[in-house]
Design a protein around this ligand. Structure first.
Ligand SMILES: Cc1cc2nc3c(=O)[nH]c(=O)nc-3n(C[C@H](O)[C@H](O)[C@H](O)COP(=O)(O)O)c2cc1C
Length: 347
């Protein structure tokens, strides 16, 4: 009943019409030497163009993915793509030269395909499909992780997007291990791979498991064993030791990191370069006014909230920064907030 209301009953059966999958003629980004390859995860409400610019300038990040762009019943105008991916004005790269892939979230294969074609025409270096978002509002309107209950729909979306995007531009997908449980994890991965995508990112938890540790990296290995495309391992990598353990358990040296890179901006360098000298906590703190200079169009309150949001992530990994967060978290006034920060940066 519910499936019929949402128009999804057809996807509980095998698709009757086979769509021909065009041959991918581009190159995969993973052939670089400095393994592990590290992608910066998409993070809606957090990882915007300004933040990507700063983190990719710190170094070690091989590609980024935009926050999801919600696709419903229309082809979005170019200005939406430019707003969520300002790097499209710079050949789809951050100022540091790191490619930024455009992520779409939606359930209608035709609309996803039409929008993917627009993003590609604007210069997106790759299109990523979101099958992992756990947000209730998004899931209620049939977007994100809820679609993991319908492998055939995943396949159809992948196939139609692949067919709509020029053959040299990669199409990828990002999935969780399932909605309520992991029973369809393998089937979903195979459905996406056979839909013609170039790689798959797996956030190694179900929607129900949310963001609660652990991440089940061994499941990434199970998926990797049954598909021939590269599989990016994602979830709970906060330290170089966890990156190594994730590579070992998942069998993948292509990683995607989200909160770990927000919390420790030089984490990718720490993972890749054993002789890298870690940034000090004062250097971490100095990134905040730097980000502020890139955000001229927001109110003082929004700016201070944004700074506290990042400082809170810093505080996860550093006792000194946890203390700074405690000291300034009640400060509302912009000038006083930055004066307090500067005092500590100079200390
Ligand atoms: C605030 C926030 C927003 C997120 N937004 C997105 C998103 O827009 N698209 C997406 O595919 N995943 C999104 N995710 C999931 C992350 O990309 C990633 O899969 C998850 O955080 C696990 O990786 P981590 O442990 O390295 O952070 C979001 C996560 C967080 C914490």
């Amino acid at each position: 009943m519910w499936l019929a209301e949402k128009g999804l009953d057809a996807y509980t059966r095998a698709p009757s019409v086979a769509i021909r999958i065009p041959m991918f003629t581009g190159t995969l980004p993973f052939s670089i030497q400095d393994r592990p390859y590290i992608a910066l995860a998409p993070m809606e409400g957090l990882m915007d163009g300004e933040f990507r610019e700063l983190l990719t300038a710190v170094g070690g990040i091989d590609h980024c993915v935009t926050e999801f762009i919600r696709i419903t019943t229309q082809v979005l105008p170019a200005k939406v793509y430019y707003r969520l991916c300002p790097e499209l004005h710079n050949s789809g790269k951050t100022l540091a030269g790191t490619p930024v892939h455009v992520q779409l979230l939606g359930s209608d294969p035709e609309m996803m395909a039409a929008n993917a074609a627009v993003a590609a025409s604007l210069g997106a270096p790759a299109i990523d499909l979101n099958f992992g978002c756990p947000a209730k509002t998004v899931n209620r309107s049939m977007g994100g992780a809820v679609l993991l209950q319908f492998p055939d729909l995943l396949h159809r979306i992948a196939t139609q997007v692949r067919a709509a995007v020029p053959n040299h531009i990669p199409v990828s997908a990002k999935m969780r291990l399932g909605f309520n449980d992991k029973t369809l994890a393998i089937e979903n991965a195979q459905a996406l791979a056979s839909g013609g995508i170039q790689w798959l990112t797996v956030h190694a938890r179900t929607k129900t498991e949310g963001y609660k540790p652990p991440a089940y990296w061994d499941w990434i290995k199970q998926i990797k064993d049954v598909v021939t495309i590269p599989v990016l391992a994602n979830g709970e990598i906060w330290t170089p030791a966890q990156a190594a353990q994730c590579q070992q358990e998942s069998g993948s040296d292509v990683l995607m990191i989200g909160r770990g890179l927000v919390s420790t901006p030089d984490l990718a360098l720490r993972i890749k370069q054993p002789d890298h000298v870690p940034m000090t906590w004062q250097q971490h703190l100095a990134l905040l006014p730097l980000l502020a200079t890139k955000l001229p169009d927001i109110t003082d309150k929004q700016l201070v909230d944004r700074m506290k949001q990042w400082l809170h992530y810093f505080s996860i990994q550093s006792a000194e920064l946890a203390q700074v967060f405690e000291d300034v978290k009640r400060e509302r006034d912009r000038a006083a907030f930055f004066a307090a920060l500067q005092e500590r940066i100079d200390s």
